[in-house]
Design a protein around this ligand. Structure first.
Ligand code: GAR
Length: 201
């Protein structure tokens, strides 16, 4: 049996689809046990349903607190037997107690070369700053904002005249390769964390 993955998403879900495709092709020894969204209208949720994957929508707006919302998400993940969590455009910060339930077993993808341009709209931040290269980062999730140990980064050069939209499209194409690559690395290699670095043995 391959590793059970829980996907958390809030929107379009293209990274979720890229992960799912890689698993279906046998490129990553894992399968999706549950897709959770905090947004009822998320296109990613519809895509998961169309693939007949188990889904659950847990809208944060209906919960009295962050803790109450996270408790429900955790219960759904546990019930599905999820071993690793992949954030795929999940637009909520996770609390320390949530992260403690999956220590070094939560991955996130960010559309910039961290530690540059964390937070929202990493692509627009890169265009506005005028950097010559940006890209995407897959990292383990810690309590900080996009601050966990880095697993994979793909570089995307900026072009003259790039807008946030044109850069986003080229970064997204790299995200779809980087995320399966990073998950596969962590599932198939022996590794541990030294300081903030992931060291493979
Ligand atoms: C992706 O570009 C991802 O890197 C970004 O949201 C998009 C989700 O797209 N995530 C963040 O900005 C997290 N800070 P998707 O729903 O098509 O995968």
């Amino acid at each position: 049996m391959t590793t059970k993955i829980g996907i958390l998403l809030s929107g379009r879900g293209s990274n979720f689809l890229a992960l799912h495709g890689a698993m279906e092709r046998g490129d990553v020894p894992a399968h999706i046990a549950l897709v959770v969204s905090n947004v009822a209208e998320a296109a990613g949720l519809e895509k998961a349903r169309a693939l007949r994957l188990p889904t659950v929508c847990i809208p944060h707006r209906l919960e009295p607190s962050r803790e109450a919302h996270e408790a429900k998400v955790l219960e759904a993940l546990r019930h599905a037997g999820v071993e690793w969590v992949c954030l795929a455009g999940y637009m909520r910060l996770l609390s320390a107690s949530f992260i403690a339930e999956y220590p070094q077993r939560i991955l996130n993808i960010h559309p910039a070369l961290l530690p540059s341009f964390p937070g929202l709209e990493g692509q627009a931040q890169a265009v506005e700053y005028g950097v010559k290269v940006s890209g995407c980062t897959v990292h383990l999730v810690d309590e900080g904002l996009d601050s966990g140990s880095i697993i994979v980064q793909h570089v995307v050069p900026l072009r003259d005249g790039d807008t946030a939209e044109s850069l986003s499209a080229r970064i997204l194409a790299e995200e779809h390769k980087a995320y399966p690559e990073a998950l596969n690395l962590l599932l198939t290699q022996r590794w541990n964390i030294v300081g903030r670095r992931v060291v493979y043995s």
